[in-house]
Design a protein around this ligand. Structure first.
Ligand code: SAM
Length: 246
């Protein structure tokens, strides 16, 4: 199969992920992804030098990869992104039982209601991974494993469960709605197993999720500021709302 066709198919395959650049590949390897195919341009020495500079801990794993070299012009046909390190990979997605994660369990879960920008989804996955969240779930039409979201997360989708759900069915987790008008965020306010729901970038939270929430929490803002960006709101909530020392 031609390379261009191989990447085209991988982008449409719900079991696969396309990793664009070395950073997503680095995190995918660190968190145990199954890598199926790697290309590097102009040749495979790019992989070794990137590992030396950016991930010496992965030097052995990276040198064991049997990558395919491609000409720079051909590489550009395979991806609309222009990664600093000209590396592309196809990896298996993690299989996630999203309904089970949403319905009960330990740790905070972030639910993004119908996010509209793929890089925002990636930025949220990145901070949720850093803060030790149990999962990131999304509703709405966008695939949270889209290559643009994986670029935004630098491949940290492999560090925690990430999945799309049709809608939020019954859950034993306490639902906490993040809403500027809610109770001011403070350390320890969030139940340890909360499902934190964040609204869409343009319209905010739906009335349905707002009504189902047992707690509404707001991040205080100076008068005149209407809202924070989605990923900023998630980051502040995770770092300022958990018990100190977690
Ligand atoms: C970009 S904001 C949505 C702005 C939207 N125009 C609105 O009126 O809600 C995206 C989401 O981030 C969260 N958010 C933003 N600022 C917040 C704040 N100060 N306190 C709590 N949540 C906030 C909310 O969940 C919001 O739905």
């Amino acid at each position: 199969m031609k390379l261009i066709e191989r990447f085209h198919r991988a982008r449409r395959d719900p079991t696969l992920a396309v990793l664009e650049g070395f950073h997503p590949l680095k995190h995918a390897l660190r968190f145990g992804a199954v890598i199926e195919f790697v290309v590097a341009s102009p040749d495979t020495s790019v992989l070794r030098s990137a590992a030396e500079r950016l991930a010496p801990d992965l030097a052995d794993q990276v040198s064991a990869i049997e990558a395919t070299s491609v000409e720079p012009a051909h590489f550009e046909e395979l991806t609309p992104a222009r990664p600093a390190e000209r590396v592309l990979a196809i990896a298996r997605r993690t299989v996630v039982d999203a309904e089970r994660v949403a319905s009960a369990g330990d740790g905070l879960v972030v639910l993004l209601e119908s996010p509209s920008h793929l890089p925002n989804i990636g930025a949220v996955v990145r901070v949720a991974a850093a803060a030790g969240c149990a999962a990131v779930l999304t509703t709405g039409p966008h695939d949270p494993w889209h290559a643009s979201a994986l670029r935004g997360s630098a491949g940290l989708h492999y560090a925690l469960p990430v999945a799309r759900i049709e809608s939020l069915s019954h859950t034993r987790r306490p639902i906490v709605a993040l809403d500027p008008g809610g109770e001011p965020l403070r350390p320890g306010l969030l139940p340890d197993d909360a499902l934190l729901v964040f609204g869409t970038e343009r319209h905010g939270l739906s009335a349905e999720l707002r009504e189902r929430a047992t707690l509404r929490v707001g991040i205080p803002m100076r008068a005149g500021v209407s809202s924070l960006s989605l990923a900023t709101a998630v980051a502040i909530t995770l770092y300022a709302g958990q018990h100190a020392g977690r």
